[in-house]
Design a binder for this molecule. Structure first.
Ligand SMILES: [Zn+2]
Length: 365
């Protein structure tokens, strides 16, 4: 391991050093002898092992190791042995992705490790409509190496409020074929499979996930009513995380399930975002919310997903997929749906699902 300091700025303030990497945070280190500053300068040059650093500074290896671990805990270091491995074309193509991942890089996982992980990743995109036609471009821009797309619809004029993958000339064409063509023309290095079908059962999805073996599923299908339970069952059975987003009148929601870690969708017998297909809960307040949701969904409810709404939720979903794939931070919505209030300045709130030990899908007997 050869620790490499990120682009950290520092200045001396008397006996102290003020270090800044992320301007939200600053570190004040006591350094009366100037030893820490010398170590920082050597770490910035990089290319030295802990033993070599200790020898150069005439310090015990244990002291240098402790300092390096402390800097790593502040996310100031990457392992130089894990840098410089991308070819020039990939480094240029992913310049901003790498700059973003640098913020979260550590000795254990460098920015390039995260980019490589994306290149090796495979995402199953269920539905290329309002939500995922906004998620898919983000996955493509991030450099996900392979996507499998599933949809059963044709492009129609109503899609143009929020589905920018499609062109006016595509009206009447199969959506999944046009979405696949978009990905191929955006970045020919991305491998794409298009499946022109709907989802009719949990078994069908279980078979599909078993065949394509994705790392993550991005689910943007609303129908039939039990679709979320089917996706949940298939993903939990295979241990594959999934991310789901949707629009419900004046709110949008994004949530995910980390099998074996978070509550799954079936742990929550009912939820106002999908009142059908679940048992009524015992909690009177929640039962009231669900009764109201059932009345709402019982009336015709035109798709009110304007572009900014679908774009925001699609981007939040892509962010969650990115968390699963790179681990740059832990999944943020696993068993904790994020609600965005479109009637309240897009303020967000989160509601926690409890894991049900007796859950038929994820419970352990
Ligand atoms: Zn469960």
């Amino acid at each position: 391991m050869r620790p490499q300091l990120k682009d950290v700025a520092w200045e001396r303030v008397g006996d102290q050093l003020r270090l800044v990497y992320d301007p939200r945070d600053q570190l004040l280190l006591t350094d009366p002898e100037g030893t820490v500053e010398k170590l920082l300068a050597l770490l910035r040059e990089g290319g030295r092992t802990i033993t070599e650093l200790a020898a150069e500074l005439s310090l015990p290896v244990t002291d240098v190791l402790a300092a390096v671990e402390a800097f790593d805990a502040e996310r100031l270091l990457e392992n130089g042995d894990h840098l410089g491995g991308l070819n020039a074309a990939d480094a240029e193509r992913h310049f901003s992705n790498l700059a973003f991942f640098e913020l979260f890089g550590t000795l254990e996982r460098s920015r390039e490790d995260m980019q490589r992980r994306l290149r090796e990743a495979h995402v199953l995109v269920l539905g290329t409509g309002g939500l995922n036609s906004n998620t898919l471009p983000h996955l493509s821009g991030l450099g996900v190496g392979k996507v499998t797309l599933l949809d059963r619809d044709t492009v129609d004029p109503r899609n143009f409020a929020r589905q920018y993958l499609y062109r006016w000339d595509d009206i009447g064409a199969r959506k999944v074929e046009r979405a696949a063509a978009w990905v191929r023309s955006f970045d020919p290095s991305i491998e794409v499979e298009a499946i022109d079908t709907g989802v009719e059962s949990a078994e069908q999805l279980t078979d599909l996930i078993g065949r394509v073996r994705p790392d993550v599923v991005a689910s943007g299908i609303d129908q039939p009513a039990r679709i979320d339970l089917w996706v949940n069952e298939a993903c939990v059975r295979h241990g594959v995380p999934f991310v789901r987003g949707g629009i419900w009148a004046t709110t949008g929601t994004v949530w995910s399930v980390a099998p074996g870690v978070s509550a799954c969708r079936a742990c929550v017998p009912a939820d106002p975002t999908n009142p059908e297909g679940y048992d009524d809960p015992d909690d009177p307040a929640l039962a009231g919310e669900i009764a109201a949701a059932r009345l709402y969904f019982g009336r015709p409810h035109p798709n009110r997903g304007i572009g900014p709404v679908a774009g925001l939720l699609g981007a939040l979903g892509a962010f969650e997929v990115l968390r699963y794939l790179t681990g740059f931070e832990p999944p943020a919505y696993a068993g904790r749906p994020l609600t965005v209030d479109f009637a309240g300045g897009c303020a967000t709130s989160q509601r926690e699902w409890s894991r049900n030990p007796a859950c038929e899908i994820c419970g352990r007997s």
